[in-house]
Ligand binder design. Structure first.
Ligand code: ADE
Ligand code: ZN
Length: 333
């Protein structure tokens, strides 16, 4: 089978996607109009021209501004449903989707509005496309520990709908240690835990995510390669890294896709997966990410299949479901 066909046909799980980062300019305009909110762009073209990032913060400034037009439950539903349509087209059959409640609650949008819209979309995606999903609530790390505790409190009534908590936003200067106590409480409440670490921040932040936050997965983690001892630990523990190639390119974590380390990480035995992060901002969804690395790094079909297998093995679905998907991938040839 040729590579494009394999990439298309493999079932895949997406473990690192921010729902606010799937906001396509066309939908942003439509929702802004119906909510009568001004956005600082005249056209879809002008929006896309603004997507000229040089680091994480320059992206986050635009990403948070875009999220400001989301007000009512239907907005969150439409946002998530648009993403699920992309999943269906890419044969992504399971997603573990991040959302940033503080981006919305700080503007006066109720936590319930966000979660109810997303949950309704998840239920419809299951019914319409057969796509399963879990929600992961992220704390914004540029905000305080106290604000994170408040958010955790707000989430407790929705515990059954939120499988885990994560940590995102501006990494450098906001180490995982800042949220050690919040994550301890989240784990006590039964949430699984993940954290962005080693995207722009140093390998030290990945150590902190492991030792202090006790994460089940590391988001990004590509800078772990700078620390051989950390690499040994990740490999020994089969700790998943949810890698986002097009994101890393757009935010200048790497200068060229040919320099991306995902293939080296895979070959060394790190449990890496492929993800889109903020696909509407970074130039592509799941399959675009697979195609970009397959071409730039000359991945072979077995490596592509291993990446897809890893996505299910690193997911929070049942062992039985993991086995079903893995077998389907292995049977493709
Ligand atoms: N929020 C949305 N995308 C993010 C990323 N790539 N890193 C940190 N925070 C984010
Ligand atoms: Zn991310």
């Amino acid at each position: 089978m040729n590579q494009l066909e394999l990439i298309q046909r493999m079932p895949k799980a997406e473990l690192h996607v921010h729902i606010e980062g799937t906001f396509e300019p066309e939908l942003m305009f439509a929702i802004a109009q119906r909510n009568q909110i001004e956005i600082p762009y005249k056209s879809v073209e002008e929006v896309k021209q603004a997507y000229n990032f040089h680091n994480l913060q320059s992206f986050l400034d635009i990403y948070y501004a875009g999220a400001n037009v989301l007000i009512v439950e239907q907005d969150f539903y439409d946002l998530a449903m648009a993403y699920f349509k992309k999943c269906a087209a890419d044969h992504v059959v399971h997603t573990e989707m991040f959302f940033d409640p503080q981006t919305h609650t700080d503007r006066g949008v109720a936590f319930a509005t966000v979660i109810n819209g997303l949950q309704r979309a998840c239920d419809d995606a299951k019914a319409k496309f057969g796509i399963s999903s879990h929600l992961i609530m992220c704390f914004l790390r540029h905000l305080s520990e106290e604000a994170a505790f408040e958010t955790l409190q707000q989430a407790l009534p929705y515990k059954d709908q939120i499988i885990g908590v994560g940590l995102d936003s501006s990494e450098v200067g906001h180490p995982p240690s800042k949220f050690e106590r919040v994550f301890a409480q989240a784990r006590e409440e039964g949430f699984l835990v993940v954290a962005h670490a080693g995207e722009e921040g140093p390998a030290e932040y990945v150590w902190e995510a492991l030792d202090l936050l006790k994460v089940n997965r590391v988001d990004h983690g590509v800078r772990s390669e700078e620390d051989p001892k950390l690499m040994q630990r990740l490999i020994a523990e089969k700790m998943p890294l949810t890698v986002c190639p097009l994101s890393n390119l757009k935010l200048c974590v790497v200068n060229d896709m040919a320099d991306h380390n995902i293939r080296r990480l895979l070959q060394q035995g790190v449990h890496v997966t492929v993800n889109s992060d903020d696909p509407s901002y970074f130039g592509g969804y799941m399959n675009d990410n697979f195609i970009a690395i397959a071409e730039a790094l000359a991945l072979d079909n077995d490596e592509l299949k291993q990446l897809a297998i890893n996505s299910f093995e690193a997911s929070f679905i049942s062992d039985e479901d993991k086995q079903t998907w893995v077998e389907k991938i292995k049977a493709l040839n």
